[in-house]
Write a protein that binds this ligand. Structure first.
Ligand code: ARG
Length: 430
């Protein structure tokens, strides 16, 4: 155990299988920059407290800069015995500056370092996620504005229900995503808290707050859990955005498969699984740090990586997908105006419940005659209600149908334009 940073009270070697099982350096090395920034701020705090001399501090700062350069060039060599990013950086510091390296860890535990590094890493990661989500929203908003007049069947229960604007459908996702961005901004404040409460340390690293209690600071991972939950929620929205996209089948030449969207949808399972798995790890842990908590990093990285890729692929899909307006509008059919037929009767004074019944009978009649709903004659309709008149012909127009819904949140042009404007203003404020 001689070369281990914690080897003093141990005898004998660690079983290589255990060594591998124990190590987190394979995945936590991506926090190398946060680890170095944290240590640089910490050594300044030690110097202020006169626990290292100014000269020792300078040597450590210089050594840390060298290590940083090695990492950014891809030249840092991980050695056997480097258990995690924290021990690896400190081992290298000792090689570079010698004895003063041993003073860096005065008064801090790796458990403090782990949370400090993770919080530093995660606050930047959250900004990246929010930025990518904003790009997706902005792509959606501009697409909705450009294609505001295209109509499509609106679906409920996977069935064609009523005509809507395609732009209205796009914006339904943009609006949901805007709440995601707000949630990310909210959790960033909770993430950006310093675990190791020396004021000097905090100043250098621009944390928003200092943890009130050291046992809470090192033993809780709700800041990782909330990321997993937020990403999962985000995912429930994104997995909805699955309609059109083109890639090829390797076997059947005529096929165009929606691979990008299917992958976006499928990775929801992965993220939800990570989230649930990590919650299970956290459940019922004893107070303060337990090695179980090492599981936090893979959950955090995988949730982040997955959603980050998904947001970018979604933006790609949203910006390149081509729509076929005539095919989309040809999918509209008169039966989708059955509600409008009921509204016609409502305007003539019939209570809606009754009008719904009459319109339903009209649908049944058209089905029995095997004709589209709008082919029923006025004579047919008047057998169902005397309120029908020649002006019923005006019902059979998809464009005027969508224009009825001009209240806030509706699918009429003025209402969708208001949604676009609202989101544009919101985007500017982010
Ligand atoms: N790699 C470990 C982690 O990420 C470091 C903490 C080890 N601390 C300890 N007390 N054994 O959780």
């Amino acid at each position: 155990q001689g070369n281990k940073l914690w080897g003093g009270r141990f005898v004998g070697d660690t079983d290589p299988i255990m060594e591998k099982f124990n190590a987190s350096v394979a995945y936590d090395q991506r926090m190398w920059d946060a680890d170095i920034r944290g240590s640089k701020a910490y050594v300044r705090a030690l110097e202020k407290a006169r626990l290292v001399s100014t000269d020792e501090m300078d040597q450590i700062l210089h050594g840390m800069d060298q290590i940083s350069e090695e990492w950014s060039k891809g030249a840092f060599v991980i050695k056997p015995g480097d258990e995690d990013i924290h021990t690896a950086n400190e081992r290298r510091l000792k090689e570079l500056v010698g004895a003063p390296a041993g003073k860096l860890h005065t008064g801090r535990s790796r458990n403090d370092q782990v949370v400090t590094d993770m919080r530093l890493w995660l606050r930047d990661a959250i900004s990246t996620l929010a930025g990518n989500a904003l790009q997706l929203i902005s792509t959606m908003v501009e697409r909705a504005a450009a294609e505001i007049d295209v109509l499509v069947p609106g679906y409920t229960h996977m069935q064609r229900a009523q005509p809507i604007r395609w732009s209205h459908w796009i914006l339904s996702h943009a609006v949901a995503l805007s709440r995601d961005v707000e949630r990310l901004q909210e959790i960033k404040k909770r993430v950006n808290v310093l675990a190791l409460g020396r004021y000097a340390y905090s100043c250098k690293l621009a944390f928003d707050a200092i943890s009130l209690n050291s046992m809470d600071a090192t033993g809780q991972r709700d800041f990782v859990g909330i990321l997993c939950v937020t990403v999962s929620l985000n995912y429930t929205l994104l997995s909805l955005v699955c309609c059109y996209s083109e890639t090829c089948s390797s076997l059947m030449p005529q096929k165009k498969n929606a691979d990008s969207l299917e992958l976006i949808r499928s990775k929801a399972g992965r993220v939800f699984g990570r989230c649930a798995g990590f919650m299970m790890t956290l459940k019922g842990l004893p107070s303060t740090y337990n090695k179980d908590l090492q599981e936090d990093k893979e959950a955090m990285f995988d949730c982040y990586d997955t959603i980050n890729a998904v947001l970018q692929v979604s933006t790609g899909v949203m910006s390149t997908l081509q729509i076929n307006q005539s095919v989309m509008e040809a999918a509209l059919s008169p039966d989708m105006l059955a509600t409008d037929l009921a509204y016609y009767l409502v305007r003539k004074g019939m209570p809606f419940r009754e009008a719904h019944g009459v319109s339903g009978k009209a649908v049944f009649m058209a089905e029995s005659k095997n004709i589209p709903l709008n082919q029923l004659t006025l004579e047919d309709l008047t057998t169902l209600s005397p309120l029908f008149g020649g002006d019923v012909a005006s019902v059979w127009d998809y464009r005027s149908s969508v224009e009825q819904y001009s209240a806030p949140g509706g699918t009429a042009k003025n209402s969708v334009t208001a949604q676009v404007e609202h989101l544009r203003v919101w985007l500017k404020k982010q």
